[in-house]
Design a protein. Structure first.
Length: 154
Protein backbone atom coordinates (compact mmCIF):
# COMPACT_ATOMS: atom_id res chain seq x y z
CA UNK A 1 0.00 0.00 0.00
CA UNK A 2 1.26 3.45 -0.94
CA UNK A 3 1.60 5.55 2.22
CA UNK A 4 1.48 8.98 0.62
CA UNK A 5 -1.58 11.19 0.31
CA UNK A 6 -2.06 12.61 -3.15
CA UNK A 7 -3.88 15.93 -3.41
CA UNK A 8 -6.04 16.10 -6.54
CA UNK A 9 -6.63 19.69 -7.60
CA UNK A 10 -9.21 20.41 -10.32
CA UNK A 11 -8.32 23.61 -12.15
CA UNK A 12 -9.46 25.44 -15.26
CA UNK A 13 -7.03 28.04 -16.56
CA UNK A 14 -10.01 30.04 -17.86
CA UNK A 15 -10.62 31.11 -14.24
CA UNK A 16 -8.18 33.83 -13.02
CA UNK A 17 -7.90 32.40 -9.51
CA UNK A 18 -7.24 28.89 -10.83
CA UNK A 19 -4.37 30.20 -12.99
CA UNK A 20 -2.73 31.67 -9.91
CA UNK A 21 -3.18 28.44 -7.93
CA UNK A 22 -1.76 26.33 -10.78
CA UNK A 23 1.35 28.48 -10.94
CA UNK A 24 1.77 28.47 -7.16
CA UNK A 25 1.43 24.67 -6.88
CA UNK A 26 3.70 24.03 -9.86
CA UNK A 27 6.55 25.80 -8.06
CA UNK A 28 6.75 22.62 -5.99
CA UNK A 29 8.86 19.97 -7.76
CA UNK A 30 6.48 17.32 -6.38
CA UNK A 31 3.63 18.63 -8.55
CA UNK A 32 2.36 17.15 -11.81
CA UNK A 33 0.14 19.02 -14.26
CA UNK A 34 -2.29 16.59 -15.90
CA UNK A 35 -3.78 18.16 -19.02
CA UNK A 36 -7.12 16.48 -19.73
CA UNK A 37 -8.02 18.60 -22.75
CA UNK A 38 -8.67 16.74 -25.96
CA UNK A 39 -6.81 19.42 -27.90
CA UNK A 40 -4.10 21.16 -25.82
CA UNK A 41 -4.25 24.52 -27.59
CA UNK A 42 -5.31 27.85 -26.21
CA UNK A 43 -5.82 31.37 -27.44
CA UNK A 44 -3.47 32.22 -24.55
CA UNK A 45 -0.10 30.90 -25.71
CA UNK A 46 1.10 30.24 -22.15
CA UNK A 47 -1.59 27.54 -21.81
CA UNK A 48 -0.80 25.69 -25.04
CA UNK A 49 0.91 22.31 -24.89
CA UNK A 50 4.24 23.55 -26.24
CA UNK A 51 4.47 26.32 -23.63
CA UNK A 52 3.45 24.02 -20.78
CA UNK A 53 5.97 21.37 -21.85
CA UNK A 54 8.70 23.98 -22.08
CA UNK A 55 7.84 25.40 -18.68
CA UNK A 56 7.29 22.15 -16.74
CA UNK A 57 9.05 19.46 -18.76
CA UNK A 58 8.34 15.98 -17.40
CA UNK A 59 6.00 17.47 -14.80
CA UNK A 60 3.46 18.09 -17.59
CA UNK A 61 1.38 15.19 -18.87
CA UNK A 62 -1.18 15.50 -21.66
CA UNK A 63 -3.63 12.59 -21.88
CA UNK A 64 -5.98 13.08 -24.86
CA UNK A 65 -7.96 9.97 -23.88
CA UNK A 66 -9.30 12.03 -20.95
CA UNK A 67 -10.54 14.79 -23.23
CA UNK A 68 -14.15 15.68 -23.88
CA UNK A 69 -15.12 14.93 -27.50
CA UNK A 70 -17.84 17.56 -27.20
CA UNK A 71 -15.72 20.33 -25.73
CA UNK A 72 -17.01 22.81 -28.33
CA UNK A 73 -20.66 21.83 -27.93
CA UNK A 74 -23.40 22.23 -25.38
CA UNK A 75 -24.83 18.98 -24.14
CA UNK A 76 -23.59 15.84 -22.47
CA UNK A 77 -19.91 15.25 -21.83
CA UNK A 78 -18.29 12.44 -23.82
CA UNK A 79 -14.87 11.39 -22.53
CA UNK A 80 -12.75 9.83 -25.32
CA UNK A 81 -11.63 6.73 -23.35
CA UNK A 82 -11.79 7.19 -19.60
CA UNK A 83 -10.40 3.76 -18.66
CA UNK A 84 -7.42 4.01 -21.02
CA UNK A 85 -6.70 7.56 -19.91
CA UNK A 86 -6.78 6.65 -16.21
CA UNK A 87 -4.46 3.70 -16.88
CA UNK A 88 -2.05 6.01 -18.71
CA UNK A 89 -1.99 8.42 -15.76
CA UNK A 90 -1.43 5.63 -13.26
CA UNK A 91 1.46 4.25 -15.34
CA UNK A 92 3.08 7.67 -15.68
CA UNK A 93 2.52 8.93 -12.13
CA UNK A 94 5.90 9.36 -10.41
CA UNK A 95 6.09 8.08 -6.85
CA UNK A 96 7.32 11.49 -5.70
CA UNK A 97 4.22 13.42 -6.78
CA UNK A 98 2.12 14.88 -3.98
CA UNK A 99 0.05 17.41 -5.97
CA UNK A 100 -1.79 16.33 -9.11
CA UNK A 101 -3.41 19.27 -10.86
CA UNK A 102 -6.13 18.16 -13.29
CA UNK A 103 -6.14 20.90 -15.93
CA UNK A 104 -8.61 21.98 -18.55
CA UNK A 105 -9.51 25.36 -20.00
CA UNK A 106 -12.97 25.79 -18.51
CA UNK A 107 -13.65 28.67 -16.18
CA UNK A 108 -16.80 27.07 -14.81
CA UNK A 109 -16.54 24.98 -11.69
CA UNK A 110 -18.10 21.81 -13.11
CA UNK A 111 -16.94 20.42 -16.41
CA UNK A 112 -15.50 17.16 -17.71
CA UNK A 113 -12.45 17.46 -15.43
CA UNK A 114 -14.72 16.46 -12.53
CA UNK A 115 -15.61 13.17 -14.21
CA UNK A 116 -11.92 12.59 -14.83
CA UNK A 117 -11.09 13.54 -11.26
CA UNK A 118 -13.65 11.21 -9.68
CA UNK A 119 -12.61 8.26 -11.88
CA UNK A 120 -8.94 8.92 -11.17
CA UNK A 121 -9.57 9.15 -7.44
CA UNK A 122 -11.42 5.83 -7.44
CA UNK A 123 -8.72 4.07 -9.49
CA UNK A 124 -5.96 5.37 -7.21
CA UNK A 125 -7.88 4.32 -4.10
CA UNK A 126 -8.32 0.83 -5.54
CA UNK A 127 -4.56 0.77 -6.11
CA UNK A 128 -4.07 1.55 -2.41
CA UNK A 129 -3.19 5.24 -2.66
CA UNK A 130 -4.80 7.82 -0.42
CA UNK A 131 -6.26 10.80 -2.27
CA UNK A 132 -8.03 14.00 -1.39
CA UNK A 133 -9.78 16.37 -3.79
CA UNK A 134 -8.77 19.91 -2.89
CA UNK A 135 -10.56 22.74 -4.71
CA UNK A 136 -8.39 25.62 -6.01
CA UNK A 137 -10.30 28.05 -3.80
CA UNK A 138 -8.89 26.31 -0.72
CA UNK A 139 -5.34 26.48 -2.11
CA UNK A 140 -5.88 30.17 -2.87
CA UNK A 141 -6.66 30.75 0.81
CA UNK A 142 -3.59 28.73 1.85
CA UNK A 143 -1.33 30.74 -0.47
CA UNK A 144 -2.99 34.06 0.37
CA UNK A 145 -4.04 34.57 -3.24
CA UNK A 146 -6.90 36.89 -4.01
CA UNK A 147 -9.37 36.61 -6.83
CA UNK A 148 -8.73 39.60 -9.08
CA UNK A 149 -9.10 40.39 -12.72
CA UNK A 150 -6.01 39.56 -14.72
CA UNK A 151 -4.97 38.59 -18.22
CA UNK A 152 -4.83 35.08 -19.60
CA UNK A 153 -1.19 34.40 -18.86
CA UNK A 154 -0.87 35.56 -15.27
Amino acid sequence: MDERLLALVPAGYGHPLHRRVIRALMRDPDSLLLDCRLVPRSRWQAWSQSALQQCYGQRYLHVPALGNRRYREQGPIEIVDLAAGIAQVQAALPSTVHWLIVLCGCARRRCHRWQVLKALQEALRQAGMGTEIVPPELWAAVFGLEAKQEGGTS
